[in-house]
Each structure stands twice: as structure tokens, then as C-alpha cells.
Design a protein around this ligand. Structure first.
Ligand code: 3H9
Length: 706
């Protein structure tokens, strides 16, 4: 392919530049082009060094993930690397920005490496459920040591160029013009007679002791739950002490195994689902090509409570100016304290340095009067969850903002359509549903109404990108996507299980062992039982629907057991600790509620707990899908993996349903329908897909024709 890799001769330097948008993935075509130019350079007697770089702002995001399900084709990755590593002329990598996965593996097969000071280098393969398969587990330990390599590969987090220089991954870091620094580096090699220096000829300077492996595994225990890739990484790194060809053969076998694993299929599914959900779907009214959203530099947030303050921090973190308005001056003062303490805690945890935190705090300004937000590029209201109050705020905003500006509501329970229609321009109003804590939670539900304009949606997608959040479009319906599935399925089932005889610790542990970050009762205590109660009251009343709940959380709210914030909830939290301690008072309450309802308590095993909670989630998910609230099953997977702690390595509830097989799912849902009643009614979509031996994945694929 023309231009995907370019070659220039600059003095004695052969300059190879990779140009494969959008992220310089090392695709089959790139590999072929690299082999061609390296061969050409080697035949040219004037060329004394080969410099591999890119003008694309990044070096490479790694191997091309879209090619993983096909045979690799010649030349394979390791053939390109062998050619580079065994080249008679010195090969130098100049890394301008990101070098990830296969990108870094390519650089490690070069004889020398330098990078711009802002570059980042990492091995994120673990996040895709695979192990580095282009020599990463063999060359990285030879350059930085086995221990550092293990940490880098298991964490998947990139390191800075400066760190990479200290640990031996880089030879030089360029402060200014990388190209100039690299050319002078090449000249120096020639001048000093420094030739090829293959990484594969080095030996690993340290080994992994059993105790170290145990401590590393302990450190990564949270990410490890139910996963196997980490163990394959350890095995591969241990093999780096063997002669290089043996180590590489072991890595290749382990990499193949990881690539074929369910875990990898699931994680790659989530990777692409997140990217797809962050763009307009073909069925949506937005045409990304045509809609050119205006730049967003200044954002206004109305309502300085916890949510409004969190949203303000999220925008300030993303580099935007924020105006925070509240008509209660005391709220603005409390918000300022909240912002200060949030940043102070980020500094003390080493997440951000003091000067950066100060700069971000300065970006958030209080706006005591609403009129001050008139020149904001975008306004988000996050006032108290009250229809009349929100309508009032939105219509005031509508009258002071130019008509092309987006006005978003952060409601989680009210009708966005009704709110939008309280303005004269309902097309520019939509929901941006942030999750607590807004500055940290990855999910952003974009709630569109039938009136939402294509421009509004387009701006909303842009906002999500700016904030680096996983965006999913939801229809304007009961609980949107995530809360609907949680309230109508997952939480309800968890409560019923408690009444039937399971203990809180058992329910939480069973779901945490399944892979959830936190079990449902611990989540409820964290978010506040009062918040859940209020949301349920609003939602079920709005829909005039019977509330299928079993009242435990609502009773706790009445008793003032609001969760962690009051030290008492489903659990007891002693002396401000986050450790959840079972409380006999709640156990007695549950037993009484069960007796009042005539429920006979019994022993319940973990398998039943997991099955009922997950199947109810899937069943409601299928309804959400068929009702068009979610456009694609994979959107639901993004919502649940990025916002509700569903294990990513299981791909999200709908992907997981496909791996179970929909006929099997249906059989078990019917079983519970017969046993437990109306809210287990099988979703018609599951019935149809199961009858056709189809899947949610297939349903997504044929979505365009629906
Ligand atoms: C690997 O290297 C294996 C080797 O060890 C062994 C090989 C033998 N390939 O995220 P964005 C696409 S595994 C193909 O929205 P950003 C992405 O789908 C790889 N495509 O941009 C999207 O496409 P579209 C290890 C890729 O600026 C577009 O690029 N590397 C790849 O927010 C823009 O992506 C990783 O795991 C890829 N490798 O973030 C890194 N990467 O426009 C994965 C991205 O059609 N990538 N695309 O939707 C990332 O983390 C982010 O994309 C990155 C940019 C930080 C680079």
C-alpha cells in the first residue's frame, strides 16, 4: 500500500516513517512495507544507520487488533523483528508519542531507542486478554529486568519516557525536536563505531522468586479475579531466562493460547463495543461526517451539589474552563471545599502533582448569578431531582443561551422529553447521565429524546470523548439502560435472595467471585440506600408500575441506615472504615420481613445466587434492547462493564448470555418464571433468538436492516 511506510535517505541515515492512520497499527501491510524498506536500505551502501519513526504524533498503538481473527500472513511480526535485529546496520527507533504493545515490541527489536520526553511506552495486551506475542515477554525483561517487565505487563499501564530511560528501555530522551535528536544520535553511532546491538543477545539480569510472584499476584489480585492471562504472562517471563529462541517459542505458544481464550474474545468485544458506542449508530439520526460540532472550551454546570461539583472536576481535569452556578451561596462554598479536598486527596495518593491540581482547581470558577453562564459553549444542569425545579432552570437557560448551544440535564429519573419540552428549543436539550463520582466513573449515558437534534447528539459524543468516558446512547425511558436493568432485575433479585435465606456476605461474595467489582449490597451502601429508594419511588411512580421490590433497602432508609455515609446500612462500617461488617440487627430485620411475607427461608448455594442475578440482568437487558432503549446489545455491555462493575473479561451481560447460549438462558429463565412469578417473564426477544438458534451478537449485526 503506497505511503503506509515511507523511506528517505538523509545523509547516511535511512529514514523509515510509519504512516498508518488512525493509530499506526502494525498491520500486515505495514509489516510487508517494513520488510521492503529494510531490504532496500541494506542494499544501499551509503546507508549506515536505519531510523524508524513516525510523523503521526504517536509511534504505534500496537499490532492491528482487527486482524487477530485471521491467519497472520507473511511476513509475520517476528520475521520483521528478526530482520531488524539481525541487520548489519544499526537500527534506531525514535518514538514521538505512544508506543504500545506491538509498537513497543517493534521498538525493542531495534538496536537503540530514543523517545520524546512526552512519549509513553506500555504493554497493554493484558487489557485485551492476551499476552505480548511479538517478543515482549522476552525482550522487555532483557532490557529492564524480569521484575520490572512483569509489573509493566501485568499493570498494562504505560510508563513515561523518563521512567523508561531510568529502567533501561530507552537510550535517550529528547526534550525538543525528536527528529533532530535522532539524526544526531545516528551520526554519533557512526562516529563512535557503535553498530548493531541485538536485544536478543542480552541476558536477563534478575529472576522471579516464588515470593515475588506471590506478592505481585497479591498486588494484582483485584484484576485477577477469574482471569488467566496473568498466569500466562508469568510463565512467559520466567521463560526469558532461557536462551532467546526457546523463550520465544514458549511465548508464541502461550500467546496463541491467550488469543483463543474466551477472556480475550470478551475483552476484545468490549474494546470495540466501547469505540462503536462512542459514535453515532447507523440507525441514529446523527451523521458524524456531516455534523461538525463546534469547539467546546467553556462549560457551565448548574447546581453545586456532589454531582454538579464532580461534573465540574471532570471537565477541569479534561482542560476546560468551568463555571459553576448555584443560587445558594452556601452550596458554592461547600462545593469549593469539596473540590479542594478531592484534589488534595488526588495529590496525597500520588495521582496528580500539586501544581497540576492547582491549575485544575483554578479552572473551576463560581458563578453566583445564572446570567454569567450565557457565554458557555455547553451547559449541564445538575440541580435537585425535581421536575418543576429542573423545568424552571432549563427554560431560564433556554432564554439566555444562543439557540445553537447544547443544554443537558443530568437527571437520572425524570423524563428528559418532558424537561426538554419546557424550553422553546427541545432539539438542543438532551440528557447527560453521569455516575457518582462523576470525575472518576467511566460511563456517560447520552439520553436522546425524539426531539433531540443531530447537532446536540454530535456535541454530546464530543463531550464524552473530551472527558475520555465510554459513551452510550439511551432512549428516554424508565431508568435509561443501566438503572432500568439494575432496578428491574439485578438488585431486585439480590434482595429476594436475602429474604429467601442467603446472607448478605454470601450474596456479595458470590457476585464478587463471579467478577463484579463489588456485590450489590456493598454497592447500595456505597451509593446510599436513600438514593436508591428515592430513585425507585420516582421511577415506579412515574411509570405507574407495581414496585417489585422487597423493601429491605427502603426499610433501611427509613431507619436512617443510609450506607457508608452514616456508618450503617446493609452492613456496619466502624470508625469511618470501608470494611463492611455484618450486623445482627439487619439480619433480624430481613428474617422479620421474610416472615411477614410468608417466605420460607432455606439454604441457597452460590450458583443459584449468581444465576438468578445475572439471568435477571440478561432478561431485562433483552427487553431494553427490543424496546429500542438501547440500540445494540453491545451498548448494554459497555454500560455494564464501564458503569456497573460487570466483569470486563466476561464481556458484559449480553455477550455473556451469548457464551452461555440463548436456548440455555431461556430454559433457566422459564424455570424461574414458573418458580418465582411474573417478573421472570421471558423476554420475547430471547424467545425468538433462541428459537432461531441465534445470538445477541447476530442481532446486532443485522441491526441495520431492522
Ligand atoms: C498487540 O500489540 C499484540 C502484540 O503483542 C502481538 C502481535 C503479534 N489495532 O481508542 P480510539 C482503532 S495488541 C487496530 O478511539 P484514542 C480504534 O478501534 C495491541 N485498531 O482513539 C479506533 O477505530 P475506529 C496492543 C486500533 O485516541 C481508532 O483506532 N495495543 C488499535 O481515544 C481510534 O481509537 C493496545 O491495546 C489497534 N491496536 O486512543 C492499544 N488501537 O475509529 C489499543 C486503536 O474505527 N488502543 N485502534 O473506531 C488504545 O488504547 C487507544 O486506541 C489509543 C488511542 C490510546 C491508542
Amino acid at each position: 500500500m503506497a505511503g503506509i511506510v515511507t523511506f528517505d535517505e538523509l545523509g547516511g541515515v535511512g529514514l523509515v516513517s510509519i504512516d498508518n492512520p488512525p493509530v499506526n497499527a502494525i498491520s500486515h501491510s505495514v509489516r510487508r512495507a517494513l520488510v521492503d524498506v529494510i531490504a532496500r536500505a541494506e542494499e544501499n551502501p551509503r546507508i549506515k544507520t536505519l531510523l524508524i519513526t513516525s510523523d503521526a504524533g504517536l509511534f504505534s498503538a500496537g499490532a492491528d487488533i482487527t486482524e487477530f481473527d485471521r491467519p497472520p500472513g507473511e511476513p509475520r511480526f517476528e520475521q520483521v523483528q528478526t530482520m531488524m535485529e539481525s541487520s548489519p546496520i544499526a537500527v534506531v527507533a525514535a518514538i514521538p508519542g505512544l508506543a504500545l504493545g506491538g509498537g513497543l515490541e517493534l521498538a525493542m527489536a531495534c538496536h537503540y531507542r530514543l523517545a520524546h520526553k512526552n512519549a509513553k511506552l506500555g504493554m497493554p495486551e493484558i487489557t485485551l486478554g492476551i499476552i505480548p506475542g511479538a517478543g515482549g515477554t522476552q525482550r522487555l525483561p532483557r532490557l529492564v529486568g524480569a521484575r520490572a517487565a512483569l509489573n509493566m505487563i501485568l499493570s498494562g499501564t504505560p510508563i513515561s519516557a523518563l521512567e523508561a530511560k531510568v529502567n533501561g528501555l530507552l537510550d535517550e530522551v529528547a526534550e525538543g525536536d525528536l527528529r533532530a535528536a535522532a539524526l544526531s544520535f545516528c551520526e554519533r553511532l557512526v562516529r563512535e563505531g557503535l553498530g548493531p546491538r541485538p536485544t536478543c543477545h542480552r541476558t536477563v539480569r534478575d529472576g522471579l522468586e516464588e515470593s515475588e510472584i506471590a506478592s505481585v499476584l497479591l498486588r494484582h489480585a483485584r484484576a485477577l479475579k477469574g482471569r488467566t492471562t496473568q498466569l500466562l504472562v508469568i510463565e512467559a517471563i520466567e521463560a526469558s531466562r532461557l536462551p532467546f529462541p526457546q523463550g520465544i517459542a514458549i511465548e508464541a505458544a502461550l500467546a496463541r493460547k491467550s488469543l483463543l481464550s474466551r477472556e480475550s474474545l470478551a475483552l476484545r468485544h468490549v474494546f470495540f463495543a466501547e469505540r462503536e458506542s462512542g459514535k453515532p449508530s447507523p440507525a441514529s439520526p446523527v451523521d458524524a461526517q456531516r455534523a461538525q460540532p463546534p469547539a467546546i472550551g467553556r462549560v457551565a454546570v448548574i447546581g453545586a451539589g456532589t454531582m454538579g461539583s464532580g461534573i465540574a472536576i471532570a471537565f477541569a481535569d479534561a482542560g476546560l474552563e468551568v463555571l459553576l452556578h448555584d443560587n445558594d451561596p452556601a452550596s458554592l462554598v461547600r462545593s469549593r471545599e469539596f473540590v479542594n479536598s478531592t484534589y488534595a486527596s488526588s495529590v496525597s495518593r500520588g495521582r496528580v502533582i500539586r501544581s497540576v491540581a492547582d491549575e485544575r482547581m483554578r479552572r473551576i470558577r463560581s458563578a453566583p448569578t445564572l446570567g454569567e453562564v450565557a457565554d458557555a459553549d455547553l451547559v449541564i444542569e445538575a440541580v435537585f431531582e425535581d421536575m418543576e425545579l429542573k423545568k424552571n432552570v432549563l427554560s431560564q437557560l433556554d432564554s439566555i443561551l444562543p439557540p445553537e448551544r447544547l443544554i443537558a440535564t443530568n437527571t437520572s429519573t425524570l423524563s428528559v422529553t418532558e424537561l426538554a419540552r419546557a424550553t422553546a428549543h427541545p432539539g438542543r436539550v438532551l440528557g447527560l447521565h453521569f455516575f457518582v463520582p462523576a470525575q472518576a466513573s467511566r460511563l456517560l449515558e447520552i439520553v436522546r429524546t425524539v426531539d433531540s437534534s443531530r447537532e446536540s447528539l454530535s456535541i454530546a459524543f464530543r463531550v464524552a470523548k473530551l472527558l475520555k468516558k465510554a459513551a452510550v446512547v439511551s432512549g428516554d425511558a424508565f431508568g435509561f439502560i443501566g438503572n432500568r436493568m439494575m432496578l428491574d432485575g439485578y438488585f431486585r433479585e439480590a434482595e429476594l435472595l436475602l429474604l429467601e435465606g442467603a446472607s448478605m456476605t454470601q450474596v456479595d461474595a458470590a457476585l464478587e467471585n463471579f467478577g463484579f467489582a463489588m456485590g450489590p449490597q456493598r454497592v447500595s451502601d456505597l451509593g446510599g440506600n436513600d438514593v436508591g429508594t428515592k430513585a425507585r419511588v420516582q421511577l415506579f411512580r412515574r411509570e405507574s408500575r407495581p414496585d417489585p421490590y422487597f423493601a429491605i433497602a427502603d426499610r433501611l432508609t427509613e431507619m436512617g441506615r443510609l450506607g457508608q455515609k452514616t456508618g450503617l446500612g446493609f452492613y456496619r462500617y466502624e470508625n469511618g472504615s470501608r470494611e463492611a461488617v455484618p450486623d445482627p440487627e439487619v439480619i433480624r430485620l430481613i428474617e422479620k420481613l421474610a416472615a411477614d411475607r410468608g417466605i420460607r427461608r432455606r439454604e441457597i448455594n452460590d450458583q443459584e445466587i449468581v444465576e438468578r442475578c445475572i439471568l435477571s440482568l440478561i432478561n431485562v437487558g433483552a427487553m431494553v434492547l427490543e424496546e429500542g432503549v438501547a440500540a445494540r446489545a453491545r451498548d448494554i455491555d459497555v454500560v455494564w462493564t464501564s458503569g456497573y462493575g460487570f466483569p470486563r473479561h466476561l464481556g458484559g451481560p449480553m455477550f455473556y448470555a451469548d457464551t452461555l447460549g440463548l436456548p440455555q438462558v431461556l430454559e433457566r429463565v422459564r424455570h424461574y418464571y414458573e418458580k418465582l412469578g411474573y417478573y421472570w417473564r421471558p423476554a420475547p426477544l430471547i424467545e425468538r433468538l433462541a428459537a432461531a438458534d441465534s445470538s445477541f451478537e447476530q442481532w446486532d449485526r443485522t441491526g441495520a436492516s431492522r
